[in-house]
Structures are given as structure tokens and as C-alpha cells.
Design a binder for this molecule. Structure first.
Ligand SMILES: [Zn+2]
Ligand SMILES: [Zn+2]
Length: 440
């Protein structure tokens, strides 16, 4: 059809159409289409790109909208069976992604190059905003409903790579984080992509992104899982001379804290509380990693000095956590209403490894009143610094304590208190509260 049209339309017109679409000259394009609607059937000679492809790839949202309004089919294919949506996701043209989805573009189309979907493209090129839009569409669109969200999220390309594999390989930490938080499988193995049997952690080790490695470890990626040639991620990092990543991946290095599976599935964990806990987890692991990486050359990511980032220095009268006496109370336990800092709440829930003898996982309990925790919410900070409940009758109140953010040592103190808390795992905490929480 494109060829038939090009017989009638001169090469000059063709060139003009594509360059005006590319430059976003809305009125000119509109006039050309009004004069001869058949030019919409034109495609470029080499890639067989339609006007819609060109508008999407160049982020020309107005032209794109106009073409869609004239019932231009949103899923027209180019030579490589790529849709305009794939090109918009590839180039990070977020508004075009949204507009195409709104026009009913199919999110479940596969190209003929690598058998990839628009989700693969967004992950590979690291456009987390586009990724987010596509995943939102997956929750509502009929295609993904028939497939199921989890299956769509972990969709494999022609080489068996999921979007998480691609994001990890391409050092797209933001996309890695987003995919994991939506439930992407952290330990899935590839088919033929990269070295067969690679997990996202192998690919992050190959790509050399410390941030991606950290994220994956925090979500429970297994440092000991082998690819089909028998290599663990540590060996991959060493081979490609990513020494800093290798240090964290070394199985003999201390294990990072992982996002507790119990919390992962608390369905009504509010986004606010989730963000606080997630931030605490990354901070703790950074602090741990700092000890491991101490003195390493070529640390590619600067490690934050302000590990105690929870506390807004402007809020001087926040309540200090009665467990660690380091951080502000930001998390409230339901239903009892006791408060603690995000770090302590997190360590309380990092019990998720079942004891090898019993294999039983018990839910976490409040260290103050021993009632089981059903929900964690972000604590409301009272203006006068008082909380309604007397949290720790046995301990002196230490409110109005100044939080020293710049001092690096505070990170190690909070780290060590967190570590010891994890060890005693909340048992009899209230009774022997001095153990591990020594403030000197
Ligand atoms: Zn605390
Ligand atoms: Zn309680």
C-alpha cells in the first residue's frame, strides 16, 4: 500500500512529509494530510517507518495526536515489526508513550529483531517514566488482563531475557528498582541472552553498576546462583574487572540486608511507609558496603556520607527512636501505635530466614508490647515533640537530641546497633534492652 501511494506522490512530497513530522510542524503536516490523505500510507524506504513512527521517536506529541485523531492505526509496523510505542519507549518520549497507550496501542507486541516488547525497550534504554506508564497500562488493558500482570512484568524476549535482565545489564538502576518493586523475579535465568543461565545479578556484575548490584541484593538476589557455565556473579564481575561490584558479590563478604519478604507482601503498606523502609534498607547496605569497599580503588559511585538521612535537621523536636537512640521515629506499628525509626522497623522484619531446624517463619512482633505487627505506617510527628504513648517507660526520654548528619561515625553506630538488633531478633528485647544498644 505504501508503494502504491508513493507512485502517486512525488519523492519531494515524501521527503517534506517526513521532515515536517520530525520537526513537529503541526500545521504543515495537517495541510499536507488534508490535501492528500493517501500520504499517510507512505513509509520511508529503508526502515519502512510511518509518519506515526517518526512522530513517536522524535517526541512530536502534537503531530502524533493529530495523526491518531485521524484514525491512524497506533500499531502500524515498520520493517522490524516495531510499533510506534516501542520507538517512543526506546527514545524515552514519555508523553508519546502515554498518548499511544491512550489511543489503544497494544503493549503486547513483539518486534522481529529480538522478540522484544515495549517494556523491554523502556527497560533496556533506562526510561523509568515510560516503564511506569506501560506497567500502569498493564494493570488495566485487556491484553495484560488475559496474560496476567506478573507474566507481563516478567515477559521474555526471543533470547529469554526479561526486562529486569536488560535493565541490569544496561546499568539502569532506576528501572531495576521499579521492576523489582512491582514484583519482577529477581532470580530468573536467561535462555540464550548473554551467557546462558544468567540471572539479573550476573548481568549487573557484567555491566558493572554498583547501584544495580545493591538493588538486586537488597531484593534477595542469590550471590551463589550459577549460570550454565557454572559461574557465580562474583566471577563475572572479576572477569570484567568490576572490582567494586565484585567486593559486594564476594560470597565471603557479609551478606547485605534484604527487603523482608514479609513486608513485600503486606498489601496495605502505605507508599509513604514503604519509601521510608526502602530508604533505610539502602542506607544500611551502603554503610555495610562502605566497610567492605574501604580502600578500594575506583569506587565508581560515591558512597553517601550522610547515612542518617532520615532526619530532617529542621525538625529539631522529633521523637528519638527508643530502640537505637540514633534516628527519629518515622514508623508507627499497628495496631498498638508504638513508634520507632525506619531502620529498627526494618531490622525487626528482617527475620525472614526461617530457622533451619523448624523451617517456621513467624510474623514480627512489636518489641514494646509483644503484639504481632499487622501493619506499618508512617508516623505522624507531633508539633510539640510529644507522642501520645509512653513508649519506653524503662528508658529515659531522649527527645530533642540533635542529630549529627555529617559525622560519618554515626552511620557505623546505627549500623552496629542494627546488626545486634537483627541478631537478637526482637526476642526478650524489652527485658535486656541494654544489650547491643549501648549508648555509652
Ligand atoms: Zn531506631
Ligand atoms: Zn506495641
Amino acid at each position: 500500500m505504501g508503494q502504491a501511494a508513493s507512485c502517486r506522490v512525488s519523492a519531494a512530497t515524501e521527503h517534506e512529509l517526513f521532515s515536517t513530522v520530525q520537526n513537529g510542524e503541526l500545521e504543515t503536516v495537517e495541510t499536507m494530510v488534508d490535501e492528500d490523505p493517501t500520504i499517510l500510507g507512505l513509509t520511508t524506504v529503508h526502515g519502512r517507518l510511518s509518519a506515526l513512527h517518526i512522530a513517536a521517536a522524535n517526541g512530536q506529541n502534537q503531530v502524533l495526536s493529530m495523526l491518531l485523531d485521524r484514525s491512524f492505526h497506533p500499531d502500524v509496523l515498520n520493517r522490524h515489526k516495531q510499533t510506534p510505542l516501542m520507538l517512543a519507549a526506546m527514545h524515552g518520549k514519555h508523553s508519546c508513550v502515554e498518548r499511544l497507550i491512550q489511543a489503544g496501542a497494544n503493549i503486547l507486541m513483539f518486534d522481529s529483531v529480538n522478540g522484544r516488547t515495549c517494556l523491554h525497550y523502556a527497560a533496556y534504554y533506562g526510561h523509568s517514566d515510560c516503564l511506569q506508564s506501560i506497567l500502569s497500562a498493564a494493570n488495566t488493558s485487556p491484553v495484560a488482563q488475559s496474560w496476567g500482570f506478573a507474566r507481563f512484568l516478567n515477559i521474555r524476549d526471543g533470547n529469554g531475557a526479561t526486562p529486569l535482565h536488560l535493565a541490569a545489564r544496561q546499568r539502569r538502576a532506576e528501572c531495576v528498582r521499579l521492576l523489582l518493586s512491582k514484583g519482577a523475579l529477581v532470580c530468573a535465568s536467561t535462555g540464550g541472552y548473554s551467557c546462558p543461565g544468567s540471572t539479573p545479578l550476573h548481568l549487573a556484575a557484567r555491566g558493572g553498576s554498583l547501584e544495580c548490584v545493591r538493588e538486586l541484593l537488597a531484593w534477595g538476589a542469590d550471590r551463589l546462583q550459577r549460570d550454565l557455565s557454572g559461574r557465580i556473579p562474583y566471577m563475572v564481575a572479576l572477569k570484567h574487572r568490576h572490582d567494586v561490584c565484585a567486593a559486594l558479590l564476594n560470597p565471603s563478604a557479609p551478606e547485605p540486608l534484604t527487603w523482608p519478604s514479609y513486608l513485600k507482601f503486606i498489601s496495605d503498606l502505605s507508599p509513604e511507609a514503604k519509601a521510608l523502609l526502602e530508604g533505610a534498607l539502602i542506607e544500611v547496605n551502603k554503610a555495610r558496603g562502605k566497610l567492605i569497599l574501604k580502600g578500594m580503588p575506583d569506587t565508581d559511585v560515591p558512597i553517601a556520607n550522610s547515612v542518617a538521612g532520615d532526619v530532617d535537621p529542621q525538625v529539631s523536636n522529633v521523637e528519638v527512636c527508643c530502640i537505637c537512640f540514633e534516628q527519629a521515629c518515622t514508623i508507627e506499628v499497628q495496631n498498638c501505635g508504638h513508634q520507632m525509626c525506619a531502620h529498627c522497623a526494618l531490622s525487626l522484619c528482617c527475620y525472614n530466614k526461617p530457622s533451619p531446624s523448624t523451617n517456621i517463619i513467624k510474623g514480627p512482633v512489636c518489641p514494646f508490647c509483644r503484639s504481632s505487627i499487622t501493619q506499618l505506617v508512617a508516623a505522624k510527628i507531633c508539633a510539640n515533640g510529644d507522642v501520645e504513648l509512653d513508649l519506653c517507660p524503662s528508658q529515659p526520654r531522649r527527645s530533642q537530641k540533635s542529630f549529627n548528619q555529617s559525622e560519618g561515625s554515626s552511620s557505623f553506630k546505627s549500623l552496629s546497633s542494627l546488626g545486634s538488633f537483627t541478631r537478637i531478633s526482637g526476642r526478650k528485647f524489652a527485658a535486656d534492652g541494654d544489650e547491643g544498644f549501648d549508648k555509652r
